[in-house]
Design a binder for this molecule. Structure first.
Ligand SMILES: O=c1[nH]c(=O)n([C@H]2C[C@H](O)[C@@H](COP(=O)(O)O)O2)cc1CO
Length: 154
């Protein structure tokens, strides 16, 4: 079986407070396949967003949607609210992707009803978690969602 294509969503212009956690998530996701959007966790990308992309914002949008089409699974850290992440999730639902949203209640925030309420426990899951458990949560999700994938065998 070829490696899974993983699309990771995290806030950029919505605020970079959780960037280090995104890096931890991306590191773990690499264990399961190719992470198409590694740049979301990059220290070099600040709140202004990417500026090296040809065609600017249109280039970012069109490139990301192509990656989204390719993805086998979408993992989103949704604690830091982000319009871009919300948009990516809406498009992912329309494409019938497998989706896991990760939210930290310890932030004191209340997750948007349009994300929490989209959970169907079939394709769209929302998981409340604590930062220290992130690797375990991802492990459980990938084992349950892709049980036949050889890369997940111990
Ligand atoms: O420069 C960018 N590059 C990029 O890939 N994105 C995508 C990936 C992220 O999952 C999401 C972040 O959206 P926002 O910037 O609205 O927080 O959008 C967003 C931006 C800036 O909006």
């Amino acid at each position: 079986m070829s490696a899974l294509q993983v699309y990771f969503c995290g806030s950029i212009r919505g605020g970079r407070q959780d960037r280090a956690l995104y890096a931890r998530i991306v590191d773990k996701l690499r264990q399961y396949g190719r992470v198409l959007t590694e740049h979301v966790a990059s220290e070099g990308i600040r709140e202004r967003g990417e500026d090296a992309v040809q065609d600017g914002d249109k280039g970012v949008h069109d490139r990301d949607l192509k990656w989204l089409e390719q993805a086998d699974v979408v993992i989103a850290e949704v604690t830091q609210p982000s319009l871009g992440v919300g948009y990516e999730l809406g498009r992912s639902v329309a494409m019938k992707k497998k989706i896991l949203c990760l939210f930290r209640p310890s932030s004191g925030r209340c997750l948007s009803a349009m994300i929490r309420g989209a959970e169907d426990n079939k394709r769209f899951f929302v998981k409340d978690y604590q930062e220290q458990d992130i690797e375990k949560i991802l492990e459980e999700y990938f084992r349950a969602t892709f049980p036949d994938d050889l890369t997940l065998q111990p």
